[in-house]
Design a protein around this ligand. Structure first.
Ligand code: B16
Ligand code: MG
Length: 217
């Protein structure tokens, strides 16, 4: 049967974490809160609202709802100035090759991201049309590790969760894929992503034989 391959965006297709870092750091510093690379790592796969909540907690700050909304908008406006500079060169190694391989093998291809800017980013790097279904931060009520984002993708493609394969760089994303009953493939560090069914450093390590094995399972 035809399988569905669901890709996370940040950390899998492109490295937008570096832009999130710059925008969160500027925002945190503007309210007198420190922001480090280690903290940025902890925001991977985490929604925008949850990210600001964490930053405020780290800085021991409490603010009004109106201020919270204002800071969220400020961060996103700044983040979008970086996104605006993105082009095809920002696609991570062998991602396009993998998408094309799966497309030639007549498999379903979906995006499952926490980002509300996902469509815009895919457009900027010119791969929007490679996705049959896009589920992002605008479509979900429950963030990863809840499986909602991946289950909606499966449902829209009419593919059973057991026939879905998820590529994820965040621990919460691997947990979401596992909770959905899907095959989870970690992209990144083996120790960090040890809950995944398979882990690869990046797509250059994923062979055609491996992908065919998943397709024909
Ligand atoms: P936005 P993913 C996630 O993308 C990022 O990893 C995370 O750092 C970010 O806070 C989240 O998207 C929300 O992004 O502010 O653009 O809505 O890894 O799920 O593709
Ligand atoms: Mg990610």
């Amino acid at each position: 049967t035809k399988k569905a391959f669901i890709f996370d965006l940040d950390g899998v297709i492109v490295d937008t974490a570096k832009y999130h870092f710059l925008a969160w750091k500027k925002l945190a510093n503007s309210i007198g809160v420190d922001f480090t690379h280690t903290q940025n790592e902890q925001l991977k796969g985490v929604s925008r609202v949850k990210s600001l909540e964490k930053i405020l907690a780290w800085g021991d700050k409490s603010i009004s709802d109106a201020e919270f909304t204002r800071l969220m908008a400020l961060k996103n406006d700044d983040y979008l100035t970086y996104i605006d500079t993105m082009d095809v060169q920002e696609i991570l190694p062998d991602v396009t090759k993998t998408l094309d391989f799966l497309s030639n093998a007549k498999q379903h291809i979906a995006l499952g991201s926490a980002s509300k800017n996902a469509r815009m980013i895919l457009e900027k790097v010119h791969i929007l049309e490679k996705f049959h279904v896009i589920v992002d931060g605008n479509d979900v009520t429950k963030a990863k590790p809840d499986p909602e984002v991946f289950l909606i993708a499966a449902q829209q493609l009419h593919v059973a969760p057991k026939d879905c394969i998820v590529f994820e760089d965040a621990v919460a994303g691997i947990q979401a894929a596992n909770a959905a009953g899907m095959t989870s493939i970690g992209i990144g560090d083996k120790n960090t992503l040890n809950e995944a069914d398979f882990v690869f450093t990046d797509f250059t390590e994923i062979s055609a034989e491996f992908l065919n094995g998943l397709i024909n399972r």
